[in-house]
Design a binder for this molecule. Sequence first.
Ligand code: F6P
Length: 330
Amino acid sequence: MRIVGTTLVHHLLTEKEAFAPVLTQISLGAKLIGRELQQAGLVNMLGYTGGMNVQGEKVKKLDLWANDAFVEILKESGLVCTLISEEMDEPLHFNDYCKEGSYLVCFDPIDGSSNIDVNGALGTIFSVRRRRGKEADHMRPDALEKGTEQVAAGYVMYGTGTILVYTTGRGVNGFTLDPNIGEFFLSHPNIQAPKRGKTYSVNEGNYHHWHPQSRKFIDHLREIDKASGRPYSLRYTGALVADFHRTLLEGGIYLYPADADDPKKPTGKLRLLYEAAPLGFVMEVAGGKASTGEMRILDIQPSSYHQRVPLIIGSAEDVTMAEDFYQGRR
Ligand code: F6P
């Protein structure tokens, strides 16, 4: 039966915080990006711009387009004072909107960019924080507070369909876009991550670059032991949002561990503010866990806007098992 019940806009009215317009604008960004992705091959939007981002990665045309779209759309909400994006070296401030009750949004406009040119799954990740200052005091380090301070977080996945999942701390809900009428409908109410899963998701090509604990843990998951449900199956799309979404719904574990060899990735590849922290918030509210192996992701005190962290996220029992390996108990 077709889902025609609660729309995202209606659902947002039940939220206590006044950030509904921010999330409504994010959903508009999701619709625009979803449309652009469908047409990208037809309108010369695939491939690279020729530039590099602050992470030293080659920027794709769609990365830049999506970033500009999000900047414009979030500014339009009139409630956002500061934006921090994977595609911008420094935070962007809208002075006119820096007042009491305004918000700061950290986002990754297109996550999993390597999938753009091969028609693979992609995502957008967002994190909404309260801006505590009343004035346009740009030195206020609101974004550099722990992930526990997020007031809302979520992601959009562009796959066979477009789905937006978000939480404000009271349940995790997923909304699927009906492209014919441009409306998101509640399709996945109150998502609960299974306590344990049967899959692991990691770029295993990096195996020989990992620290020994990472190798030991993955070796353990690959061992045959029927009684404990091993071996786990490997699933990896190369887009964090897609791997996260599957892990959230079906259980299991996603890892992007630190690299022992590559000085560029001593703390992993993924960014704390607009990848690990928002997804960590979603996973925890759904009953799962997010960890570096050593500590809870949401307890990390950020030290810079584009800080990277190792990420181990998924079913509570699977992440606890990983922590046992990382902390030397196994
Ligand atoms: O944003 C980083 C990202 O594209 C994630 O979406 C994805 O999980 C990861 O990088 C893939 O990295 P790698 O190609 O090193 O496996």
